[in-house]
Write a protein that binds this ligand. Structure first.
Ligand code: C2E
Ligand code: MG
Ligand code: MG
Length: 265
């Protein structure tokens, strides 16, 4: 009911605030792999929260709370810093993937000082901008798509690439898509789930890949779990994939083993 929802919101939000102070967050990283070669082109940073009493709380549960309360600005800044720091450390160790991909919430991107914050984090961590990618969702376009497009132009001008995440699940109009400065589309895993049995999911995924190609955007298929799904992505000419079939999101030490293997290829 409403009361218990409000209670859950308040409880989680104050726990999140305390969690920031107490260093309860960490990042796991999931490889994004080039189809055909199996080379890890980038890794996506995914936040993890281990609370002393609540246990592991999934981002699907707490990110919406942090977005509603505004706490996402501080959590997102922590993620950006930590992801950039880790990528720089992997560069220094000679094992860094091409790019570190960081998820941005709509609210972070809408912050007035966002570009300054981004520049400061890159300077502080010593990460070259061409080793970073930002993932935004269609939700970021809802309020002021023109302002978002202008910010993304600056971001890409710095050498950072931009991916549109969870593509196909939001309500963004296709006319905005062609005007948005983007590098790639990540096809949402809800469509991939139905491959190879659901003819609608096949048709939708195929159309997104074809449309992206026409707009000169790269495509990433998310949530690839089976050989059939991988074979489909290859047959359709998709460029990259991400999913449990290759690797789950891993803590940094475990990911390093995969990065070393990828380099050896
Ligand atoms: P996302 O950015 O679309 O991330 C992909 C999600 O799919 C991750 O869930 C990942 O663990 C999961 N996944 C990857 N491959 C597979 C697969 O083969 N099968 C299945 N079933 N799932 C797969 P996760 O880590 O629970 O994150 C969920 C969402 O929470 C993310 O979706 C993103 O929207 C949000 N999120 C996570 N970390 C951050 C963050 O640092 N900042 C922001 N703003 N959002 C974040
Ligand atoms: Mg993402
Ligand atoms: Mg996604």
């Amino acid at each position: 009911g409403l009361t218990s929802d409000a209670h859950e919101f308040l409880t989680l939000n104050s726990a999140l605030r305390a969690g920031l102070e107490a260093n309860q967050f960490s990042l796991h990283y999931q490889p994004r792999v080039e189809l055909g070669t199996g080379i890890i082109l980038s890794v996506e940073a995914l936040i993890r929260w281990q609370h002393p009493e609540l246990g592991f709380v999934s981002p699907g549960r707490f990110i919406p709370v942090a977005e509603a309360s505004g706490l996402i600005e501080r959590i997102g800044l922590w993620v950006l810093r930590e992801g950039c720091r880790q990528q720089r450390a992997w560069m220094d160790a000679g094992i860094a993937p091409g790019r570190m991909a960081i998820n941005l919430s709509a609210r972070q991107l809408a912050q007035p000082g966002f570009i300054d914050i981004l520049q400061r984090v890159l300077e502080e961590t010593g990460l070259p901008p061409d080793r970073l990618e930002l993932e935004i969702t269609e939700g970021a376009l809802l309020e002021d798509p023109q302002a978002v497009a202008e910010k993304l132009k600056i971001v890409r001008g710095m050498g950072i690439t931009v991916a549109l995440d969870d593509f196909g699940t939001g309500f963004s109009s296709l006319s905005y898509l062609k005007r948005l400065p983007l590098d790639s589309l990540k096809i949402d895993q809800s469509f991939v789930r139905g491959i190879p049995n659901d003819t609608n999911d096949i048709a939708i995924t195929r159309s997104i890949i074809a449309m992206a190609g026409n707009l000169k955007l790269k495509t990433v298929v998310e949530g690839v779990e089976t050989d059939d799904q991988l074979a489909f992505a290859i047959a359709e000419g998709c460029g990259e994939f991400q999913g449990y079939l290759f690797s789950k999101p891993l803590p940094p030490v475990q990911l390093e083993a995969l990065l070393r293997q990828s380099r050896a290829r």
